[in-house]
Design a protein around this ligand. Structure first.
Ligand SMILES: Nc1ncnc2c1ncn2[C@@H]1O[C@H](COP(=O)(O)OP(=O)(O)OP(=O)(O)O)[C@@H](O)[C@H]1O
Ligand SMILES: [Mg+2]
Length: 599
């Protein structure tokens, strides 16, 4: 196992009060040293199986001591000099000092490995008595005087070799011990790494499950919202027709207004759901985040009230982002309102912007993260904080801890959807009683986007005599749209699908001034495709594309196609009339009509 080798140690300590005995010993050992061929060496060879080695080892070094105390001093000195004795010959009777047993005990105290030969002429003690005093016999030999020279030499050889082997075994055990320690540490390290990897895997899996759950909820919410849009458009359309009736009683008018405002609230919910499911059409511009925060500060102060101190910390070098201004403002407002609700007794709200650079390592540790440069928008409050069991549900639509009527649970779902649609994400840190910090990461804009001009919208748009081809698959909605547009004086042709529109087209191609079409329709032809087919035949045809959301638009990254006039659902008749008029007058439908603006 080991190539450790303890060199032979032939240092012998001789302890006897009689100087003549020292002389005798020296003679014995000198004989050996001088005469390699002596009969003793034959005995060595027999004992150790190697004559040559035995002869080489024969140079014993003898140190004399005449009393036990003196011997102890020499043993200590030898240890200090790192030249320990391998063995000692100790006389049993050494007046006036310690006897052989006492000396042995004292020497073992400082040098436990010392091999001891006790020499005695008398039976001073029985072997049992000696055992009782010394305890251990594995380092002890008893030699009766007068001794035989050969016997002494054999003992010297055997015991010094025993000492060496003992040391070697000790060193090997020690080394083994170190190896065990080292290996244990390696195993511990490997184990820690494994634990870390398992924890990371669990985190990634959890994040994946969470993302899947949100995706599924998003699809469901988006689908529901889409259908609701049509229904709400019908309700609001009819409400608007009724409100224009001249002979309506005051009570009926009031009822219709209530109807309309309820439908409006429902439309707001629908819009939030669409935002959550990222099916809201986005109108990106190159946005300076500090400026956007500045713009809503006044509104935030009003929202927060007097008991909450608002602090703005605008970071330096915050990258510009490609974003929908309305959506970013919405996000800030939702987060601030939540913070306000979490600080019923007042507190402090910090809105901070900063530039954040994430490397691949930090992206690897958190499944939501991505490497790159980001504008980080933090909303940090000193409120009640969030319970750990609430955390996994925060962003789910309709999850709320607020009492009925106080919260719909769409605020954070909207924030989540907006961040996602901007190719970013939201991180939350919070502990109960210690406030909450929401951090929204939005990627640096890759290329500048031209700002779109903003227009207002007249309250009562002008009508006209033009002809509109209205394509909408929902019969109720088609009907109300037709009625509404007719009240503005337009002539309306209707079709329930793209295929039907194509059938009507040849006969009326000349008269049709504007096409108003839904995006998603049955019979396998989308609004987009219909537009393309009709424009091929009449390039000057004006078009308005309506949709609650559109898979086509989504495929085009849910961003507005600049050439198209897009009208998001649900819309009020006024908005539709406005869109038609502006389109006919050759202007783009203003961005104020975007889905993020109030309906
Ligand atoms: N800053 C915050 N501190 C403590 N809890 C929060 C904070 N923000 C959100 N929450 C918790 O998350 C839940 C969901 O928030 P979310 O904004 O989605 O819905 P809501 O505020 O309850 O309702 P809504 O925003 O639709 O009016 C809240 O009910 C609240 O329990
Ligand atoms: Mg909220």
């Amino acid at each position: 196992m080991s190539n450790l080798l303890i060199p032979p140690n032939h240092r012998i300590l001789l302890i006897d009060d009689n100087p003549a005995i020292h002389e005798d010993y020296r003679k014995i050992f000198r004989t050996v040293a001088l005469d390699n061929a002596s009969p003793l060496h034959a005995a060595e060879a027999a004992l150790f199986g190697d004559v040559k080695k035995a002869a080489e080892c024969a140079a014993f070094e003898i140190v004399s001591a005449f009393q036990g105390q003196e011997a102890l001093g020499k043993v200590r000195e030898a240890l200090r000099a790192a030249r320990p004795f391998a063995m000692a010959f100790i006389d049993m009777r050494m007046p006036p000092g310690w006897d052989g047993l006492e000396t042995t005990l004292r020497l073992w105290e400082v040098c436990p490995d010392l091999q001891v030969v006790i020499c005695t002429a008398y039976s001073d003690y029985s072997w049992e008595e000696m055992l009782a005093r010394l305890g251990r016999t594995d380092r002890l030999v008893l030699l009766k005087k007068p001794f035989d020279n050969l016997e002494v030499l054999q003992l010297a050889h055997a015991l010094t070799e025993k000492w060496r082997l003992g040391q070697e075994a000790l060193a090997q055990t020690e080394e083994l011990g170190w190896r065990v320690v080292e290996r244990t540490r390696e195993l511990q390290d490997a184990n820690e790494k494994l634990q870390e990897e398992m924890a990371e895997r669990a985190r990634v899996e959890e994040a994946f499950r969470q993302a899947q759950k949100m995706e599924a909820i998003g699809q469901l919410a988006g689908g529901v919202a889409h259908d609701f849009n049509n229904i709400l458009s019908v309700i609001r359309g009819h409400a608007s027709l009724l409100m224009n009736e001249e002979h309506l009683s005051v009570a009926s008018l009031e009822s219709v207004r209530e109807l309309d405002s309820a439908a409006e609230r429902a439309a707001t919910l629908t819009r939030q759901l669409l935002t959550f499911s990222r099916k809201q059409v986005m109108q990106p511009e190159c946005l300076e985040v500090n400026g956007a925060v500045q713009d809503v500060t006044k509104l935030l102060r009003r929202l927060l009230g007097e008991d909450i101190a608002l602090e703005i910390e605008a970071g330096e070098g915050v990258p510009e982002i490609r974003a929908d201004r309305g959506m970013i403002e919405q996000m800030l407002i939702n987060l601030a309102v939540n913070a306000r609700d979490a600080m019923a007794n007042g507190g402090r709200l910090l809105v901070r912007t900063e530039a954040v650079e994430l490397d691949t390592e930090s992206a690897r540790r958190d499944a939501r993260r991505r490497a790159g440069r980001f504008a980080c928008l933090s909303v940090i409050d000193s409120g009640c904080g969030i319970a750990p069991e609430t955390m996994p549900h925060l962003f789910e639509p309709f999850f709320t801890t607020k009492e009925v009527g106080k919260g719909t649970g769409l605020g954070l779902a909207t924030v989540y959807g907006i961040a996602k649609q901007h190719e970013g994400w939201v991180e939350v840190e919070s502990k109960p009683g210690q406030g909450a910090a929401f951090k929204v990461f939005l990627p640096e804009s890759a290329k500048p986007v031209e700002d779109a001009p903003r227009h207002g919208e007249p309250a009562r748009p002008r009508g006209g005599k033009e002809t509109i081809l209205l394509v909408e698959d929902d019969a109720a909605l088609r009907h109300v749209l037709q009625l509404v547009l007719q009240t503005y004086g337009y002539r309306i042709l209707v079709a329930s699908s793209g295929v039907e529109a194509l059938q009507i087209w040849p006969e009326h191609a000349e008269e049709i001034d504007v096409l108003v079409t839904d995006m998603v329709m049955p019979d396998g032809m989308s609004g987009r495709e219909l537009i393309a087919r009709l424009k091929a035949q009449k390039p000057g045809l004006r078009v308005i594309l309506c949709s609650g959301y559109s898979r086509d638009l989504l495929r085009a990254d849910a961003r507005l196609d600049e050439e198209l006039n897009f009208l998001p659902k649900p819309y009020t008749p006024v908005k539709l009339a406005n869109a038609v008029r502006k389109c006919l007058d050759g202007r783009a439908v203003p961005r104020a009509l975007s889905a993020t603006a109030p309906v």
